[in-house]
Design a binder for this molecule. Structure first.
Ligand code: EPU
Length: 426
């Protein structure tokens, strides 16, 4: 099992290109199941989650190939198997995004029910409510969701829940409605840029979707969809993570391939605490010098502050001047990084879904344990700013969402080594 060994205290300087978005690519790859004919998806990052999705699509009868130019070509060659096995879903929760495409195209699917994960319970009740409204019948059998619909009919569907809308739920309903008879209106749809990217891909395949990026999406069902070429949007969470890297290391980093309009809440917070963010061509330059100011952050659905950057900002604020408050409104238990950051000397106190951070002058390197993707990224960031050596164990979590993170940070001046060592728990 790999670990990252980080020598802290280096300043970052240089240029880095941000990859295509993992969370846009996963549902778009699943939506390729809807097409008659091949799609070529450009800028799909090379991550373990993408490898899992390739494996799942292959089992579902698709031929998935990386082309010489890097594009991912996906073509369905056999529609006889519509089962997403527990073994695959267990490894990657986002496998649930095959549910809508399979139902729409094959009128039947059996998808293992995803369990909880390190960031919370993560139910799929709203996905199922939306698909039922289109005429599907849903049963639970042996831990699998068994879903059928000889006909799908457009409907008015409310997709709000206690924590806002649902990103992958909106994706699933949008995919199913694309091939339904008549018009579907999704109210309280997720507005995340990744949902817009999926809608744009579906439209390029021949779907008729409007309103993406707003809480009201309207879908006129069509009879069939064809393959097409599509380029994935830049990963806003990877961009935000590298912005925090520049800030926490008092560095100056130019990020290429960034959509700053997808990161308004994030750049607003960064500027508010004293970080400079300047637009430059298709990207931006992020610079910070010395101690930053404390702030308050509440995570919210887009365009609010993203939950996927909460842990990274906690690491940054642990070194700010004054007391900060972070409240998590999307996944109220997404705080496994709190105890690990404390091991490095961060003064962080959790009270329910809120964490109070007393800014310290310094963090001290320590062995810490990665628990989920974004928490792992936060520990790497803390390690780069800490005095001494930090070892982040179980970095397979980070490989799910960041391509060759140590190589890319080292190119900017970080000192990170990957080693293969025995898991301390085994
Ligand atoms: N929820 C329900 N019922 C549902 C669906 C969701 O109660 O049927 C709740 C969730 O428990 C949560 C909230 O609604 O409290 C929002 O969850 P959402 O469904 O939007 O999350 P998701 O679609 O499963 C995606 C990203 C996550 C990201 C969230 C929120 C992908 C593959 N995953 O998950 O990304 O945190 O949206 O923005 O797109 C990550 O990349 O590290 C990651 C976890």
């Amino acid at each position: 099992m790999d670990s990252l060994i980080i020598e802290g205290g280096t300043r970052l300087k240089g240029t880095i290109r941000i990859n295509g978005s993992k969370n846009a690519a996963l549902p778009i790859m699943a939506a390729a199941l809807l097409a008659d004919g091949p799609s070529v998806i450009h800028d799909v990052p090379d991550l373990s989650d993408i490898t899992h999705q390739n494996g799942l699509l292959t089992e579902l009868g698709a031929r998935v190939q990386r082309q010489k130019d890097g594009g991912l070509r996906i073509e369905v060659v056999d529609e006889s198997n519509s089962l997403a096995r527990y073994d695959l879903v267990r490894k990657m929760r986002a496998s649930i995004c095959v549910l809508g495409p399979l139902l729409a195209k094959r009128r039947h699917a059996r998808v293992s029910m995803p369990g909880g994960c390190a960031i919370g319970d993560r139910p799929v009740d709203i996905h199922l409510r939306g698909l039922k409204a289109l005429g599907a019948t849903v049963e639970l059998d042996g831990g699998d969701i068994v879903i059928d619909a000889p006909r799908l009919r457009g409907a008015e569907i409310f997709l709000g829940g206690n924590f806002g809308s649902t990103v992958l739920g909106t994706d699933n309903v949008m995919c199913a409605a694309a091939l339904a008879e008549g018009t579907t209106v999704i109210e309280s749809a997720a507005c995340e840029p990744e949902v817009v990217d999926l809608a744009d891909y579906l439209n390029a395949m021949g779907a008729k979707i409007t309103g993406q990026g707003t809480p009201r999406i309207v879908i006129e069902g069509v009879k069939e969809l064809h393959g097409c070429a599509h380029r994935i949007i830049p990963d806003r969470i990877e961009a935000g993570t590298f912005m925090v890297a520049a800030a926490i290391c008092s560095g100056e980093v130019t990020l290429e391939n960034v959509r700053l309009d997808h990161l308004l809440a994030v750049t607003d917070k960064l500027r508010g605490i004293g970080v400079t963010v300047e637009k430059e061509g298709g990207g931006c330059t992020v610079a910070a010098l010395g101690r930053l100011r404390a702030t308050t952050i509440t995570t919210q659905p887009h365009p609010g502050f993203p939950t996927d950057l909460q842990a990274q900002f906690m690491a940054l604020l642990a070194l700010a001047d004054g007391n900060s408050i972070i409240t998590e409104k999307i996944f109220p238990d997404r705080f496994l990084h709190v105890a690990e950051l404390s091991r490095m000397g961060a003064r962080v106190h959790r009270e329910g879904a809120t964490v109070i951070i007393e800014g310290e002058q310094r963090l001290i390197g320590a062995p810490v344990m990665a628990s989920d993707l974004r928490a792992s990224a936060a520990l790497v960031l803390a390690g780069m700013a800490a005095r001494g050596t930090t070892t982040v164990n179980r970095v397979y979590h980070i490989d799910r969402g960041y391509e060759r993170i140590e190589e890319r940070l080292n190119a900017l001046g970080a000192k990170i080594r990957r080693v293969n060592q025995k898991d301390p728990d085994q």
